[in-house]
Design a protein around this ligand. Sequence first.
Ligand SMILES: Nc1ncnc2c1ncn2[C@@H]1O[C@H](COP(=O)(O)OP(=O)(O)OP(=O)(O)O)[C@@H](O)[C@H]1O
Ligand SMILES: [Mg+2]
Length: 345
Amino acid sequence: MTVSLEQLRRCHVAVDLGAARTRVYVKGMGLVVDQPSVAAVNTRNGALIAVGEFAEQMTGRTPDYIRVMRPVSGGTVVDIDMAQRMLRHLLGEKLRRQLRRKPRLRAAACTPHEADPLAQRATVETLVGLGARRVELVDTLIAAAVGCGLPVEQPTATMIMMCGAATTQVAVLSLGSIVTAARIPVGGEAVDHAVIQHLRHQHELMLPSQSVRPLQIALSENGLTLQGPSTTEIHGRDVATGLARSVRVDTAAVRDAIHTPLTAVLDGIGRILRDCPPDLVADLADRGIMMVGGSALLPGLDQMLRDSTGMPVHIAERPDVCAVQGLGEMMEGNVASMVLSPLTA
Ligand SMILES: Nc1ncnc2c1ncn2[C@@H]1O[C@H](COP(=O)(O)OP(=O)(O)OP(=O)(O)O)[C@@H](O)[C@H]1O
Ligand SMILES: [Mg+2]
């Protein structure tokens, strides 16, 4: 971690701008925002109409003059101005007034592992535009590891897998730093996409864009594990006629469809384990892999990982909010700092 715990302790607000959701933690108050990273804009006059949950519900249902925008893509802020407007509204007037009272507002934000300097700059500029005088950036993997209670500062290796919407990041951590890590450009969105494509090709069924939670609809209750139900009913629209139709879908076939994007993730984990020093691999075999990020809740993903690595796999208690929670813990001073000072004879 390049930024010190001391610097983080001086921050007032922590932000995690994700491709799917935006989360904000305010020191002394806890998690105050956890909403989709979506904004709806009136293209006639540029006015913001809705943000967060409400804007997401508008997706695919808007008249021409309303555009639903996602200012964060692939873990990077791609539209700084829109991200600032969205954050301003998500925070609300009352909270903004409280933060404005701080004479030198300091913010912490997490960035994807090895984010390029331009992406980091975009995050910093977004928060500076909201009044932050200083912005500390923390690797999202370290923040999430702290957030889910992994003993990051100890000399035993731990493995964390962050399953986000746009990317999956995996790292081996020891002594408060990243030993090896990989960022795989496959996440929950790619999995959703694979299911939609499967339904379209095999059943000529289109899902309304709002049901881009197809997995949850189709496969709730362990549908993705071998013990789950063998078929499930899905409602959608016929590709040819456009009429509403429902079909019975074979869950095993859906499981196969999502295997394709997940193979890339499993390959990434294999690569990490190969790059890891043998002593650490022994630790990992004991402690296993900790899954965090919203897509860690994908039914059956943990079992798939267990089968392919032979290692124990755990899902964090609140996997979706681990990163911002970790930033919060560091900000509140709940994390003991690790001092590696030179030994004196
Ligand atoms: N219960 C669930 N089952 C399956 N998938 C889920 C569940 N809850 C959330 N997801 C998926 O998790 C993803 C969102 O995860 P998360 O909130 O960690 O993303 P993010 O932090 O915004 O993204 P990123 O870190 O990649 O920028 C979405 O793709 C969503 O479909
Ligand atoms: Mg995230």
